[in-house]
Design a binder for this molecule. Sequence first.
Ligand SMILES: Cc1cc2nc3c(=O)[nH]c(=O)nc-3n(C[C@H](O)[C@H](O)[C@H](O)COP(=O)(O)OP(=O)(O)OC[C@H]3O[C@@H](n4cnc5c(N)ncnc54)[C@H](O)[C@@H]3O)c2cc1C
Length: 309
Amino acid sequence: MKSENLIIAGGGPAGLAAALYACRARIPTLMLEKVSPGGQVLITDKVDNYPGFPQGIAGYELIDRMLAQARRFGLEEKNGEITAVHPPEKKGESVKVELSGGEILEAASLIIATGASHNQLGVPGEEELVGRGVSYCATCDGPFFNNAHVAVVGGGDTAVQEAVFLTKFASKVTLIHRRDELRAIKLLQEQAIDNPKIDFAWDTVVESINGSDKVESLSLLNRKTGEKSTLAVEGVFIFVGIHPNTEFLRGTVDMNQWGFIRTDDEMKTSATSIWAAGDCREKVLLQIVTAVADGAIAAHSVDLSRGQA
Ligand SMILES: Cc1cc2nc3c(=O)[nH]c(=O)nc-3n(C[C@H](O)[C@H](O)[C@H](O)COP(=O)(O)OP(=O)(O)OC[C@H]3O[C@@H](n4cnc5c(N)ncnc54)[C@H](O)[C@@H]3O)c2cc1C
């Protein structure tokens, strides 16, 4: 690629919005994605809070539209996982991006948009039974649980939204939350509370996931009363927060204690020629609408910085 080029790491909403803005600014842009473009939106059944779609829009369809729009303006794409980043040592040098196969790419600027991944509960049985009743994606696995009793663990927006979604298939959904009230926004709480298929296990944590070949039950502990119980379920969907996909950047850019990248208002990181956008950066609201805003700002800032290196 020519000098003054841009590499975008990650093809979720932040990466795709950055790509759109960069391509329209005529910056030669390569988007690197380790799986396939879309990020977390691909595991979202329906997005109801992205402006412009009064009836909501399916996650995959929103991504198809974002991708088509960026491609229309000349986006280049490459499949690859970034494993290390080397910022320029001197003014005028490029950023070096290392891929898992050992290939090294160079760019004048780099936008990190590698997003976030789900947390695990970290209880016995979880790893052993992934794909056999333990799931982190209701859109992907919900249809396997027709007329079954399933559990959802978590109390935030994603957990509650996905619990409501799962009632399309399951006969009963038990929402297990370690506190006595949900963190999710009120509208989602109302949808869950009003849904006759959903019941709640408050102040409760999962101690183990049990089953020899597939999930059969959960061992639960009520944190307030100390009471232990067993809940027979065929599936358990875990939504207990996320962690940023930034391990490969440790020691390269400034991060908070959880690994979220610190940026300024222009999405610049502490390292020369490196920006960050979306769920991988430290901010208060991790959503599609803020991810695309970050991506647009980062690309705009890259454009303004060109010629200043
Ligand atoms: C189940 C679920 C439901 C949700 N529902 C909603 C909703 O209704 N509304 C809403 O606004 N938000 C919702 N969200 C949150 C929303 O999806 C995220 O805020 C948004 O996707 C963040 O976009 P992003 O581009 O920053 O990161 P991501 O979407 O995480 O995309 C990051 C991309 O980077 C790639 N990547 C990671 N590491 C590397 C690497 N080393 N090299 C190359 N590529 C890499 C990943 O494969 C991924 O494609 C939901 C999330 C989940 C999990």
